[in-house]
Design a protein around this ligand. Structure first.
Ligand code: E4P
Length: 214
């Protein structure tokens, strides 16, 4: 399973990249705007691409087909690591099909149903991003959706990778891995939580205390 960081914060990205466990980055307009105005969007994603040796998702802001295509072409030229994020709309699917056919990698975002995921795969998206946490928030199982998408893609040998997004806790990652999802994109805090288990801490403390007694 590939680990992506869901962040536009350069300090977080540098720290997690230094572990050697980071495979890519996802950003979205909310995450980029949280970084303030110091850097322009394109400058920021270019810098991220230079830190991370893997795909970096950058989202289009237009909502109309022709403008989305144009924006995608501009974003894709920033760096070879760029994956263009398109929102799940009719225009987004059309634009995904158009630019994917031309060799631009697309991450189809804001996916909340298996029929939307089917459209993403038919349009040739490189990644589909189902938002599990936001589904859980409205009393609908995010993990059930992952199971359905993994099964559908397997049934038809679709090459679109299932990128589990809107992750809220480490169980979302473990369950996605059990279901065979390709990628988990997680906030910095969740990445750090993956290391933790109280019994690991207690066990180490006991080993070191026993060693100290000899
Ligand atoms: C994924 O690409 C999205 O940026 C992200 O996972 C959304 O997560 P949220 O629901 O916590 O905002």
């Amino acid at each position: 399973m590939k680990f992506f960081l869901d962040s536009a914060n350069l300090d977080e990205i540098k720290e997690i990249a230094s572990t050697g466990l980071l495979d890519g980055i996802t950003t979205n307009p909310s995450l980029v705007s949280q970084q303030g105005e110091q850097k322009g969007f394109h400058e920021l994603v270019k810098e991220i691409c230079e830190i991370v040796q893997g795909p970096v998702s950058a989202e289009v802001l237009s909502t109309e087909y022709k403008k989305m295509v144009k924006e995608a072409e501009v974003l894709a030229k920033i760096h070879k690591h760029i994956v263009v994020k398109m929102p799940m709309t009719e225009d987004g699917i059309r634009a995904t099909k158009h630019v994917s056919d031309k060799g631009i990698n697309v991450n189809l975002t804001l996916v909340f149903s298996s029929s939307q995921a089917l459209l993403a795969a038919k349009a040739g998206a490189a990644y589909v991003s189902p938002f599990v946490g936001r589904l859980d928030d409205v009393s609908t199982s995010g993990m059930q959706l992952i199971e359905e998408i993994v099964q559908i893609y397997e049934n038809y040998d679709f090459r679109t990778e299932v990128l589990v997004a809107s992750i809220r806790h480490p169980m979302h990652i473990a369950e996605s891995a059990l279901l065979g999802a390709d990628v988990a994109t997680m906030p910095y805090k969740i990445f750090k939580q993956l290391y933790n288990h109280p019994l690991s801490d207690i066990g180490l403390e006991r080993f070191l205390a026993d060693w100290g007694k000899k």
